[in-house]
Write a protein that binds this ligand. Sequence first.
Ligand SMILES: Cc1cc2nc3c(=O)[nH]c(=O)nc-3n(C[C@H](O)[C@H](O)[C@H](O)COP(=O)(O)O)c2cc1C
Length: 302
Amino acid sequence: MIRTEQGQISTVVISTALGPGGRGIFPYTLLPAYRRLLQAVQETGTTVFAKSATRFVRQGNFSAWNPLTWRYIRRLPDMGMLNAYGLTNQGVAACAREIKVAINQGLQVIPNLYPEFAKGMALAIKDTLEALEICQQTLGSPFWALELNFSCPNAAEAIRENVAQALRCCQEVKGKHPKLFLIAKISICHPYEFAQELEKLGVDALHAVNTIPFDLVYPQKRSPLWRVGGGGVSGGPALAQALSYNTGLRPKVSLPIIMGCGVRNREDVQRYLDAGADAVSFCTLALRHPGAAAEIIGAFNG
Ligand SMILES: Cc1cc2nc3c(=O)[nH]c(=O)nc-3n(C[C@H](O)[C@H](O)[C@H](O)COP(=O)(O)O)c2cc1C
């Protein structure tokens, strides 16, 4: 658990799997087990990280309403997933309104913004600051923490090369909003020095790591989603590498770390806690086994 002056983050958190509003994603909301998970999240006060929003509407690869795009999200063995969702979203104004509804229902939702560095650094930072203000205006005082996603492997922006832009972006956000609890979501592709620089400039917590690019998990294979950059691997197949990265990261920073990627069961949550996690996240588990996800939440946050 992470306790701060402004608010707290539960021991186990759900990342992305409850959608841009944090209230659930269609068509998963049709599943009774997923709806029970939503109820467990509400009852236990589990922290939910919203799926990434961008300043304006963004058409990525996947769209829930277009079956032709469903191929961009696939199952892998060992409770894994490969996705090239591509950050499709309705823009921050619509996402923030959804989050407001979720918060009014008693859910503890932290917004997540994706700075679009492919537009150029200055514009991406301007958009991010505007998006943040929209969150502030829409959500009011329950808006105490923000996650910035610097680690999506499914977008044109190259994660391996966004370090300087991400640092600049955090610096500007912290400069304008010093009291906001700022969480940087990083990638296995980022060097540990990146995390150390984020700490130096006042970022409050790290979330490590996002999905792992397909070629790192399966170096001998060609991704079935190679046309759209290969996609990101999550769930079981990503655990070993994510855990090893986080174990190496722990002694490099004193910031709280929300560790995750690859959690399939309680034992995996415990592995991350033993590695020094302040909180543990999962996404794929909630989509593939919402019943197991609800049990874990009950065990650690109940
Ligand atoms: C279908 C899908 C969509 C995702 N979309 C986002 C996103 O919009 N923003 C983000 O920060 N992470 C996103 N993620 C990453 C997850 O939040 C999580 O960090 C990652 O999947 C690793 O955790 P897991 O193995 O428990 O799934 C997505 C993951 C999946 C499977």
